[in-house]
Ligand binder design. Structure first.
Ligand SMILES: Nc1ncnc2c1ncn2[C@@H]1O[C@H](COP(=O)(O)OP(=O)(O)OP(=O)(O)O)[C@@H](O)[C@H]1O
Ligand code: SF4
Ligand SMILES: [Mg+2]
Length: 329
């Protein structure tokens, strides 16, 4: 199995110019994503977590090349995201596929499942009609549906089944990387675990790299190998899932984890709750963007932006990371 890097992202940024006043007003800069770097190996999952508006979908749009970064670069299976070669561009679009959150909106209601699954093959491969048929039926079986469901329309399926179809469609071109933007958050809790298990099984079988976006740490804990915690467009903590869950160091990660309900009464610890509003990304606080909500904040936090740096076994962007780390979680 190839367990080498499938994707390397270096200092990705996406800034938008926004006009908040009239037409002649000076545009403000909205830093939707402001310097994100990571690597994902074959068969591994990087989960991106953070509250609404922290830049998760923006990152998904850059990685799937729906949008170009303002700066920074991507390399996928050795091909640069800015390649000018048409052949490499086609290859990149096969290598990266996406599964969206909404299983109702993402499938064309007028098309039968078979046609939905075969569409990427028609556009990107030279397979014959009967080969495409067979590939679609095989994929249906792989995602836990039946080959007979090939002729049905999306409305005949439940939310969980539709998400299986969306996953099947994403896998038709045998991608190396799947970007899943909140893939289970629209599903009933009872079917979420099944969808996650399916994703895990398919990952093992096809050695897929996943960029898994979620605001739900319970889900992330289940599926990820590595974790990237974002706040207002910037990474605040990044490392192995086991290390971060065992001992979150950044005050924001601690606060996020403090809002996971504790299942076991005996395990209950004193936890810091996340309070206060998310600041406007058009007018972020000075210094550390989290300082107005942070219980560990001091003078330096209001004036100096903390750099992402190595703290123990992970990266964290906090002036007081060592002090926080010394406090048991
Ligand atoms: N095309 C755009 N033009 C201007 N601003 C944008 C654009 N796309 C996103 N933004 C802004 O960038 C920030 C990040 O948005 P993004 O959709 O990436 O957040 P998110 O983490 O996916 O949030 P959610 O959890 O709600 O899906 C937000 O402040 C959003 O308003
Ligand atoms: S830098 Fe300061 S305000 Fe920001 S997270 Fe660390 S302690 Fe809190
Ligand atoms: Mg989003």
């Amino acid at each position: 199995m190839n367990n080498e890097a499938i994707i390397t992202a270096s200092d990705l940024k996406r800034h938008y110019k926004i006009r908040t006043g009239g037409f002649f007003s000076k545009p403000s800069l909205l830093k939707a994503l402001d310097g994100v770097s990571f690597t994902i190996n074959g068969g591994k999952t990087l989960a991106v977590v953070g509250e609404s508006g922290c830049g998760k979908t923006t990152l998904a749009r850059l990685v799937t090349m729906i949008e170009q970064p303002t700066s920074g670069c991507l390399e996928i299976n050795g091909i640069s995201g800015t390649t000018r070669s048409e052949r490499e561009k086609r290859e990149l679009h096969k290598l990266v596929q996406i599964v969206f959150q909404d299983p109702y909106g993402s499938l064309n209601p007028r098309k039968k499942i078979g046609a939905i699954l075969e569409e990427p093959l028609i556009i990107n491969t030279a397979l014959t009609a009967s080969e495409r048929h067979e590939a679609a039926r095989e994929m249906l079986a792989k995602v836990g549906l039946t080959r007979e469901q090939y002729n049905r329309y999306p409305h005949m399926f439940s939310g969980g089944q539709r998400q299986r179809i969306a996953i099947a469609r994403a896998l038709m071109l045998k991608p190396a990387l799947v970007v899943a933007d909140e893939p289970v958050s629209a599903l009933d809790v009872s079917v979420q675990a099944q969808a996650l298990n399916l994703l895990k099984d398919l990952q093992d079988e096809m050695n897929l790299a996943y960029l898994f976006i979620s605001h739900d740490l319970g889900v992330v804990r289940h599926i990820s190998d590595d974790l990237l915690v974002m706040y207002l467009g910037s990474p605040v903590e990044q490392g192995r899932k086991t290390d971060i869950f065992r001992m979150p160091i950044h005050p924001y990660t601690r606060a996020l984890m403090g809002s996971i309900p504790s299942v076991n009464k005996n395990m209950r610890r004193k936890r810091v709750r996340l309070t206060g509003e998310i600041p406007s990304p058009l007018n972020p606080p000075s210094g550390c963007a989290f300082h107005k909500r942070c219980v560990f904040m001091s003078e330096v936090c209001t004036v100096q932006r903390p750099e992402l740096r190595l703290v123990e076994d992970r990266l964290a962007a906090c002036h007081h990371a060592e002090k926080v780390a010394a406090i048991p979680f």
